[in-house]
Design a protein around this ligand. Structure first.
Ligand SMILES: Cc1cc2nc3c(=O)[nH]c(=O)nc-3n(C[C@H](O)[C@H](O)[C@H](O)COP(=O)(O)OP(=O)(O)OC[C@H]3O[C@@H](n4cnc5c(N)ncnc54)[C@H](O)[C@@H]3O)c2cc1C
Length: 541
């Protein structure tokens, strides 16, 4: 195998951005992917990108400013966001977007998508910071089109789905045309565009090549040891830098239980994200940060719904926001605003009772009535259908007994909820108070009624929910240019980190839709730029 200026590990958004940016500056870049296909969790994603104060929102007449963006992040920081990173994110956002415009990636405004905490200082209840990936023609990728991890609905753009404010109804002939021409949306479009940029700039791509160790020479990370497809080992040298962009450690049970702040049983991303980059960074003496945090998300397990040969973690986003549904714990009690953003719900899952020495809200269930099913359906089942995997009963008491929840608790919770629902309010948890709460609800209903409605039409249904994640967000600490730091605040020469593999610059925060990919792209862009400058400097020297 050839030697390179830059060796990038991992082919999600982070790895592809660093690789494309460094290669466009003329560096010889090799990108190595552990899986058989490219794109990582990014390829499964909605492809939404959150960047405050962006030109797309300004063009649409939505105001924003540096100060508002920083105030927003600070209000959610709890001391976990380094102001230097918040400033670098906000100050580089526009430059990174302008650079993306020079690549085949196309981003467009996702109008109206509220920030996830829009009533906080600097928050945007009317949206503007969330951008979605426009459709991408995979025919441009030639043979590489078949080497991207397929998602479940590759032909749909996020803006067309109910999550993005659309109605999800795409005319069958349009869908057929896209299928025939291999025109893909969402995360597939983002990966496709970035991959094309890498190919255009001559990045050398290797699949099924997991990195297993760093090669260190004279205190400098000078290359990487890989396990080859034949099981043997291969060493590749990197003259300027090695970039760890290997995603999180969500699929490694030992790392998960060692580091995450609470239970997380159901990861939703690619199973190759097992913390390999974290181990290599530790091997090189990296200082770690943000290790307790992840992009939390509630999920359900639908029998027979598999991904990568195992149970798929089906994200529960809109389902718990729609009226006529509540979430309850084993006492049968509601415990949170069900319509709050998924990342914040992680906090509710991690609540611990000192007396009982137990997690109060795990296990928990989503409960709804027949009218809910008739109007909205559930997950991928259409309205009116009754998915066989739901537990059901004619009465709430019966349902509680079926799922092992305190019957008197569930009956009392529903009575209380119904009483408040008649007044369209939730004094217990404030559901419907935030502009965010109704975004994914029943938008044919006004105000809080988009998310608040009684459970009074049996039979009643329940499904267990689990604590999942889109990816972990702890890892090696870096400078704002992605240089990995040792325990004495010194950059480890030649070692960089990007994406979910690095200590996320956002602490606990998921700022809005696209809140993971936004910072990931901006900081990966900075890292690629830094490598390019270092490379030019090295050749001049
Ligand atoms: C269903 C779903 C929808 C989502 N939608 C959105 C959204 O719309 N907006 C948003 O902001 N976020 C979204 N997310 C989260 C987002 O997708 C991730 O946070 C992001 O893609 C992570 O990017 P990454 O490049 O850091 O990691 P990844 O995209 O996971 O890429 C990491 C890659 O590294 C590879 N790798 C691992 N170990 C090695 C090794 N030893 N050697 C070589 N390669 C290795 C992996 O195989 C993988 O391909 C979503 C997540 C899910 C699951």
């Amino acid at each position: 195998m050839t030697d390179f200026d830059v060796v990038v590990l991992g082919s999600g958004a982070a790895g592809l951005v660093v690789a494309a940016r460094a290669a466009e500056a003329g560096l010889r870049v090799g990108l190595f992917e552990k899986g058989e296909a490219l794109g990582g969790t990014t390829a499964l994603s909605g492809g939404i990108v959150w960047v405050p104060d962006n030109p797309y929102m300004h063009a649409a007449g939505v105001s924003d400013s540096r100060d508002e963006a920083l105030a927003y992040l600070e209000s959610l920081s709890f001391g976990m966001i380094d102001p230097a990173f918040a400033e670098a994110f906000v100050d580089t956002g526009v430059e990174a977007l302008r650079w993306l415009e020079t690549t085949p990636v196309s981003l467009e405004l996702l109008p109206g998508y509220p920030d996830y905490h829009p009533e906080r200082p600097g928050g945007k209840p009317g949206g503007g910071r969330s951008l979605h990936s426009g459709l991408f023609d995979y025919r441009q990728l030639g043979e590489w089109a078949q080497k991207v991890i397929p998602s479940r609905m590759p032909w749909i753009s996020l803006i067309e789905s109910p999550l993005g404010g659309g109605d999800g109804r795409i005319p069958p002939d349009v869908l057929e045309q896209r299928r025939r021409d291999d025109i893909r949306g969402s995360g597939q479009a983002l990966v496709g565009g970035l991959l094309k940029a890498c190919l255009d700039h001559g990045v050398e791509l290797h699949l099924s090549t997991p990195a297993v160790s760093l090669l260190v020479s004279d205190g400098r990370v000078a290359g990487v040891g890989f396990r080859g497809s034949d099981g043997g080992s291969v060493e590749v040298r990197a003259g300027i830098g090695v970039v760890i962009a290997t995603g999180g450690f969500e699929w490694d049970t030992r790392l998960v239980t060692s580091f995450l702040r609470g239970p997380m049983t159901d990861p939703a991303g690619v199973p190759t994200n097992t913390g390999d980059g974290l181990r290599m960074a530790m091997q090189a003496g990296a200082s770690l940060a943000n290790m307790r945090e992840a992009w939390w998300v509630p999920v359900v397990r639908i029998p027979g719904d598999e991904a990568f040969g195992r149970q798929r973690s089906h994200l529960i986003l809109r389902e718990r926001t729609l009226p006529r549904s509540i979430m309850v714990n084993k006492r049968g009690r509601r415990f949170t605003n069900e319509a709050a953003n998924y990342n914040a719900l992680g906090g509710a899952f991690h609540q611990f009772d000192a007396g009982e020495f137990d997690y109060v809200n795990l296990p928990c269930w989503l409960v709804f009535d027949q009218e809910y099913l008739d109007r909205y359906g559930f997950a991928s089942s259409p309205p009116g259908a009754v998915p066989p995997y739901l537990t059901s009963s004619e009465t709430l008491d019966g349902l509680a007994r079926e799922i092992g929840v305190a019957p008197e608790g569930l009956v009392a919770s529903v009575e209380r909820w119904n009483e408040h629902a008649r007044q369209a309010r939730d004094p217990d948890f404030g559901r419907g108070d935030s502009a965010y709460d109704s975004w994914s609800g029943d938008t044919s209903q006004a105000g809080r009624l988009a998310t608040i409605g009684p459970l009074d039409a049996g039979p009643y249904y329940a499904i267990e929910m689990y604590s999942g994640t889109l990816g972990t967000k702890g890892g090696p600490r870096t400078t704002i240019d992605g240089e990995v730091l040792d325990h004495f605040e010194r950059p480890i020469p030649g070692l960089y980190a990007a994406g979910n593999a690095m200590a996320a610059p956002t602490g606990m925060v998921y700022g809005g839709a696209g809140g993971t990919l936004g910072p990931i792209i901006v900081f990966a862009y900075r890292t690629g730029t830094h490598l390019a400058r270092t490379g030019v400097g090295a050749s001049a020297g």
